[in-house]
Design a protein around this ligand. Sequence first.
Ligand code: SF4
Length: 335
Amino acid sequence: MPGKKALMLLSGGLDSTIVLGLLKQQGVEVEAVHFTSLFCTCGGKEGGCGTAMKAAKQLDVKLHVVRKGDDYIELIKKPAHGYGSNMNPCIDCRIYSFKKAREVMDKIGASFIVTGEVLGQRPMSQRMDAMRLIEKEAGMEGLVVRPLSAQHLPESIPEKEGWVDRSKFLGISGRGRKEQIKLAEELNIKDYPCPAGGCLLTDPGFAVRLKDLLAHNKEASGRDLSLLKYGRRFRLSDDVLLLVGRNEGENGILETLRTGNEVLMGVKDVPGPNSLLLGKLTAEDVLFAASVTARFADVEDRSKPVKVWYKNGDGKEHAIEATCAEEKDYLAFRV
Ligand code: SF4
């Protein structure tokens, strides 16, 4: 194959991994790029998804990891092409990724990008018209190769020029995975635990919390968005939020994430959650948060007051007495 280098967009899911295998099989020189964001759900840390790293290693391909940064947070708040069925701005997200991929492509001297996209697999971004629009707005017209659906799509420049062999590409469409699984077996690709790359923005529960956040805080930061992932969430007022840890891991995270005058609290002497109280707080908010925190602790007699410790900005530990909240009293605030 004539020497034009490709850049593969590698999620670590089945589709992109087998496409990488197909390129290697054709002898195409290829490197890969993987995007991380705080919305990844496939065990992806900010340092990169283990599955993508494993796939790149398995296929002996150099991997570049790009973190979607603050510009991505701004995009989520106001996507030019709107949201999908939840808070997933898939079209703008793909334009963003293609633009970032273009930067990597130029840096490494690659001539085109390759994706594992399948026509009709995702309702918002993988329709023919959306694919065209994304390519155009990202300034990548004709430079995107999609080997899994190539036979349904117009020829790209790399296919016309013979940088890749289009005749060996496929004509898959729709949401089924049968053909991809068969292909993975043929290519001896075994590990693909993250079927299509998970994204919290497509999760209905997460979408409700994100909408609530943006309705109350148009300037929400990356940290505000990260906090959407942790704890039972209660909006006590326009300005005040209470997060109650659901497990030990979240208790630790809430403790680590507390800054400034935010209040961290827990019940004294019995196992229970850590809670984080944020915003312009009143004494009433602190007392109510203490009673909700007590409600989720292993308190034996819920009719009696318990001691709740809390730390605020002064660095000292304080204590108050609170009675476990009734379910009906806090459910109204649940987000
Ligand atoms: S599902 Fe999430 S990561 Fe994938 S295109 Fe949509 S917004 Fe982007």
